[in-house]
Design a protein. Structure first.
Length: 285
């Protein structure tokens, strides 16, 4: 279940998509109407004869997609289409696929940016299949090159044109007295002058070479002989010259043998006393 905020968001998205769709599908006919060729009335005659027949053709002069700048070449195209149901410029004889169908026309230019008042448009094509007599002759697209000399607006208008087959004029046509041929407006932009970059001179510092004097290093090795000094140590071993003192002698009193004898006697007395006491204990029991 959608909340009120979710429903509002969904409604806004749906409205936006509807407006966008209406703009797209509503804008396409407008664009097509602008790009569609316009009907123009011409009088045409076969061969080099003066035009006598009035025909209705659909024509358009297309300016270049990019706006030209002064002193730059601009290429324009001139397209001519016949009515599909009832063609007015038909072949008087069969045209083979090896034939060349060419068209050339005059375009008048009005405006200061163009030096020449008359421009020639040309075009040629080879039919893919044979064109039988009485069938419509395809008119090649004519191309013209205009080189404006300054910025501004140039008005280009189609004038007379001729349709040829293998170099022979098939039809000679010119605009009717009312209306004239197709027209197009060429807008020439302002010439952009690129700024000239002034190079900046950076002073170059030349390093100064300081002469370095390399002097050899002398190494002197001195050997010193040290004679060790005799160190008198406090503990010295001295060998008596007159013999060792053993402690024996009549002048110093009794020697150690007396103590040994006295100890031996005490041990003997103690041993004898122990034996006597053992015998007494044994006799009592």
């Amino acid at each position: 279940m959608l909340t009120s905020k979710a429903r509002r968001r969904l409604a806004l998205k749906t409205s936006a998509m509807a407006v966008l769709g209406a703009g797209i599908f509503g804008g396409l006919p407008v664009v097509a109407a602008i790009a569609a060729p316009v009907p123009v009335t011409y009088t045409c005659g076969q061969g080099i004869e003066s035009p006598t027949s009035t025909v209705a053709l659909s024509m358009e002069i297309k300016p270049p997609a990019a706006q030209p700048s002064p002193n730059s070449a601009a290429t324009l195209t001139w397209e001519i289409h016949q009515p599909t149901a009832t063609p007015v410029l038909t072949a008087t004889a069969q045209i083979t696929p090896a034939s060349t169908v060419a068209a050339d026309g005059a375009v008048s230019a009005a405006g200061s940016p163009v030096a020449s008042a008359t421009i020639v448009a040309t075009g040629a094509a080879t039919p893919a299949t044979a064109i039988s007599s009485g069938s419509a002759v395809p008119i090649p697209t004519m191309t013209m090159v205009v080189t404006p000399t300054a910025s501004g607006t140039v008005t280009l208008k189609g004038e007379a044109f001729a349709l040829q087959v293998n170099g022979n004029v098939l039809y000679n046509c010119q605009p009717a007295t009312t209306g004239g041929g197709p027209a197009a407006t060429l807008v020439v932009g302002t010439s952009s002058t690129s700024p000239t970059s002034t190079p900046t001179t950076t002073p170059t510092t030349t390093p100064t070479n300081t002469p370095t004097t390399n002097r050899p290093t002398r190494t002197s090795t001195v050997f010193e002989t040290v004679t060790p000094t005799a160190t008198v140590t406090g503990n010295r071993s001295r060998t008596p010259k007159a013999g060792a003192d053993t402690g024996a002698g009549g002048e110093t009193g009794p020697d150690g043998r007396m103590f040994i004898f006295a100890g031996t006697a005490l041990i003997a007395v103690a041993t004898a006393g122990g034996l006597v006491m053992r015998r007494r204990n044994a006799a009592r029991s």
